[in-house]
Design a protein around this ligand. Structure first.
Ligand code: PMP
Length: 427
């Protein structure tokens, strides 16, 4: 039983001592004290089915014993920066991680977050090409430091950073985009940015395969190969941001970019890589990696033994428990059932996504696609009361984000759909 401070006490301390910019889900925020597999528990021992997994962070399941064991064993043996000495943990994990990537993507740089990974990727693209301009997609999220905030293209997440050579291309959004799913029309904008907004040479292009924060928007089929081609012809490198879609979440493949049949020059990752511990990585080719030998690239905790021991355990669990297959099978089943809900509930404008990266966009008018911003908050509240936690996002904040731990079962999917059905009926 939990004998810690009450939710009210924590809320008071949080209001007094933590950033005033923090926000929380639910009118009465939950006090989560424990996690196990696909469940979270509050201070009263009430169990919640977790369909958001800490923003697609937990992949193996909360507090997976193998991952906890690996971290605990390592914590007792050695925990410090291993940048200046040899240690096998970082090398073993780098080797295992590189084996999951196609082609010549074999050199790993470890970071502590997705933001750092994308900052580093953009830096490498600029150094390698000698160009400065970066193209990112509207509605994307790439991080919250100066460069990545520039690459992020949603006002909700932008402060007045200097854009510094970042251009935002029209988002190839099949649901809301001006050209539907017509990849060729969208890609013209990439070409025009290159022609009208740069010297004709660019440093690179960065994109998620499925926009997470942006509301589970799968970029139009066929778009990434065409965009990569335009960017490469302009001398740029292609960066795949796999912070949310990576690590088996999309089910059909290990990486989101693979669903588009492209091979990037640089891949960035975080979140799922560590099942909840602070860890990120950039993987690139030996040739691109060389650029960082021009000066010292130093990161005190990037690749520290504690986190990399955890990361290695995550890869082993994904394999051992065939979680990618589960994401594919159960994710496809869940998506079908959600499509069924769409037939019943007029408010569901769109059901989309792949594997365990699914989105449901709520609209008050299917024709006009009017975002149902208040309704989604009520529905989330009802679902929480019935024991299900789900995320939300999108430019208008009207998209359910369903990104459960990859051990989510068919029974969980049924329960989720039942609860969502009741919640939407109550609106
Ligand atoms: N890229 C994507 C696609 C993300 O979703 C996020 C985080 N939401 C980031 C980068 C930044 O990661 P972090 O919060 O670990 O810095």
């Amino acid at each position: 039983p939990y004998d810690g401070p009450s939710a009210a006490d924590i809320a008071r301390k949080r209001a007094e001592y933590l950033s005033p910019s923090l926000f929380h889900f639910y009118s009465k925020p939950l006090n989560i004290v424990e996690g196990k597999r696909q469940y979270l528990y509050d201070e009263h021992g009430r169990r919640y089915l977790d369909a958001f997994a800490g923003i697609a962070t937990v992949c193996c399941g909360h507090c997976h014993p193998d991952v906890v064991d690996a971290i605990t064993r390592q914590a007792k043996r050695l925990q410090h920066s291993t940048v200046l000495y040899l240690n096998h943990v970082i090398a073993d994990f780098a080797e295992a991680l590189a084996s999951k990537l196609p082609g010549d993507l074999k050199v790993v740089f470890f970071t502590n977050s997705g933001t750092e990974a994308n900052e580093l990727a953009i830096l490498m693209a600029r150094l390698y090409t000698g160009s400065h301009d970066i193209i990112s997609l509207r509605n994307s999220y790439h991080g919250n430091a100066a460069g990545t905030m520039g690459a992020t293209a949603q006002k909700n997440w932008k402060f007045n950073v200097i854009q510094s050579g970042v251009h935002h291309a029209v988002n190839p959004d099949p649901y809301r985009g001006a050209f539907g799913s017509d990849a060729e029309k969208y890609v013209r904008d990439v070409q025009e940015i290159i022609e009208f907004g740069t010297t004709g040479q660019v440093a690179g292009f960065i994109s998620e395969a499925i926009q997470g924060v942006g509301g589970i928007v799968e970029v139009s089929p066929g778009y990434l190969p065409l965009a990569y081609d335009k960017v490469r012809k302009a001398g740029g490198l292609c960066i795949a941001d796999e912070v949310q879609a990576g690590f088996a979440r999309v089910g059909s493949h290990f990486w989101g970019f693979e669903t588009h049949g492209v091979v990037p020059d640089i891949v960035t990752m975080a979140k799922g890589i560590g099942n909840g511990i602070p860890l990120g990585a950039v993987v690139t080719t030996p040739e691109v990696a060389q650029v960082l030998t021009r000066r010292c690239y130093f990161n005190t905790f990037g690749g520290n033994p504690l986190c990399t021991a955890g990361g290695l355990a995550v890869l082993e669990v994904l394999e051992k428990e065939r979680l990618q297959e589960n994401a594919f099978v159960v994710g496809s089943y869940l998506k079908d059932r959600l499509r069924g809900l769409q037939e019943k509930h007029e408010i569901i404008g769109d059901v989309r996504g792949t594997g365990f990266m699914l989105g449901i966009e709520l609209v008050t008018d299917r024709q006009l696609k009017t975002p149902a911003k208040d309704e989604i908050c009520h529905a989330m509240e009802y679902m929480k009361d019935m024991g299900v936690l789900v995320g939300k996002g999108g430019f208008y904040g009207n998209v359910f984000r369903i990104t459960p731990p990859l051990c989510f079962t068919k029974e969980d999917a049924d329960f989720f759909v039942e609860v969502m059905d009741i919640a939407l009926s109550k609106l």
